[in-house]
Design a protein. Structure first.
Length: 355
C-alpha cells in the first residue's frame, strides 16, 4: 500500500483541533471541513499493509525504520495512493477512519518527514521478452517499476523457500502482451548418499534417460568458509562415469554459484579418484524436474527480493541473481495443445548493431 501521512502542527493549530474526533471539528472550528494548512506531511512510502486498520497498527506498534513523527492518532490524515495515481484521504477518528476532502498542496513538510523511496535503489533481475535476463539497479519506487514493466504492477511469489517476488504488468494477459517465460512447478529434491545417486544415474542411462543431481561438499573441503549454495555442484548422469561401455571415465559438473562453470570432478572427489585428501561429500540430492507449467508471464517482468519483514522490495542477493538468471536464461516459444501449453527454449538472435 502506497501512503502518505499528515499530522496537525500544534504551532499552527489556532482552533485546537489536534487529536479531536471528527464529530467535534465543527464545535471547535465552526466547520467540519478539514483545514489542510495546519497539517505537516510526516511520511511517504510503500508499507506492507492491506487496510487502514493495518496502517493504524503499524504506525502505533511497528514504526518503519527512521520514522520520527508521532504515532498515528486522532485527527491524522492518511492518504492512500491508488495504482492509477489517484488519491483518497482518510481522517483517523475515535473509531476507524472517515473519508474526507483534503488539499495536500496546502500542507507543509515536517522537519521529521520520512520518505522511504528517496534516493534508494535496489538490484533486480529484469527479464525482457525474447532476450536474456539483465541485472540492473532501479529506484525503489512504484513509478520506476511501472515504467520497467509497462504499467501497473502485479506480484507473484511462486518460488518456494525463497524471499523473491516476480513483478509484471498486471494486465499483461488481458491486453495480450507477448508470452515471455513459463513458471514451472518447483523441482523435487530427494536426498540420498552418493552411491545411491550413482546407481540412479546408471539405471537412467541404461534406459536412455538423463538425470540431474546436486552434490554438496563439506565446509572443510575448501580453504575459505563457503555457503551451502557455493559448495553445491550440479552433475548430470550424461557423464562417462555413469554410462556402460564407455572408453573413459570422467565426471564434469558446475557449481551453482557459477564460479566453476565446467569442472572435471572425478579426480577431485574423495569418493571417486581424489584419494583420502579429496573433496568430501556432505550430502547429495536427486533433482526431479517435472517441467509442469504453473503459469505463463506475459510481457517484460523483473524479480526482486521480497523479504516479508521489510517495508519494500530489497536487492537480490548474489545467490538469487545466479539462481534466477539460470532459471530464466533462455526465452521460450509457446505452443497451445489440447492439454495446455508447451514451451520450447531458444537462443535469442543478437542484432548486428546491438551494444
Amino acid at each position: 500500500m502506497n501512503i502518505r501521512i499528515y499530522q496537525v502542527n500544534m504551532s499552527r493549530d489556532v482552533n485546537n483541533v489536534g487529536f479531536a474526533s471528527y464529530e467535534n471539528l465543527e464545535k471547535w472550528q465552526g466547520t467540519s471541513a478539514i483545514d489542510s494548512s495546519i497539517y505537516d506531511k510526516v511520511f511517504s512510502g510503500e508499507v506492507k499493509c492491506k487496510t487502514l486498520e493495518d496502517v493504524y497498527v503499524k504506525f502505533n506498534q511497528h514504526h518503519p525504520r527512521g520514522y520520527k513523527a508521532r504515532s498515528l492518532s486522532k485527527s491524522d490524515i492518511v492518504e492512500i495512493i491508488g495504482k492509477d495515481g489517484t488519491s483518497e484521504f482518510h481522517y483517523c477518528d475515535s473509531f476507524g477512519f472517515k473519508k474526507v476532502d483534503f488539499e495536500p498542496e496546502k500542507a507543509k513538510l515536517s522537519e521529521r518527514y520520512l520518505d522511504l523511496s528517496k534516493g534508494e535503489k535496489i538490484k533486480v533481475l529484469f527479464v525482457p521478452v525474447g532476450k536474456y535476463p539483465q541485472e540492473m539497479e532501479i529506484p525503489n519506487t512504484y513509478e520506476a517499476m511501472t515504467e520497467l514493466v509497462g504499467g501497473g504492477t502485479e506480484e507473484y511469489m511462486p518460488f518456494e523457500n525463497d524471499n523473491a517476488a516476480l513483478v509484471c504488468y498486471r494486465h499483461g494477459k488481458t491486453n495480450e502482451l507477448p508470452m515471455n517465460r513459463a513458471v514451472y512447478v518447483e523441482p523435487k529434491l530427494t536426498e540420498m548418499d552418493y552411491y545411491d545417486l550413482k546407481r540412479e544415474f546408471s539405471k537412467a542411462e541404461d534406459n536412455g534417460k538423463h538425470l540431474v543431481g546436486h552434490i554438496v561438499f563439506t565446509v572443510d573441503t575448501f580453504n575459505e568458509p563457503l555457503s551451502e549454495f557455493e559448495r553445491t555442484y550440479a552433475i548430470s548422469s550424461d557423464n562417462k562415469a555413469f554410462q556402460s561401455g564407455m572408453g573413459g571415465y570422467s565426471i564434469y559438473g558446475r557449481s551453482l554459484d557459477g564460479a566453476d562453470p565446467c569442472l572435471r570432478m572425478d579426480g577431485l572427489m574423495a569418493a571417486e579418484r581424489g584419494g583420502k585428501d579429496g573433496w568430501k561429500i556432505e550430502k547429495c540430492y536427486l533433482v526431479e524436474d517435472s517441467k509442469q507449467i504453473s503459469d505463463i508471464i506475459h510481457g517484460d517482468f523483473f524479480i526482486a527480493n521480497a523479504n516479508v519483514e521489510a517495508e519494500k522490495y530489497e536487492s537480490l542477493s548474489h545467490e538469487q541473481i545466479v539462481k534466477f538468471r539460470n532459471l530464466f536464461k533462455y526465452p521460450e516459444r509457446f505452443t497451445e495443445t489440447e492439454h495446455g501449453y508447451t514451451a520450447e527454449k531458444y537462443t535469442p538472435q543478437r542484432a548486428g548493431k546491438e551494444r
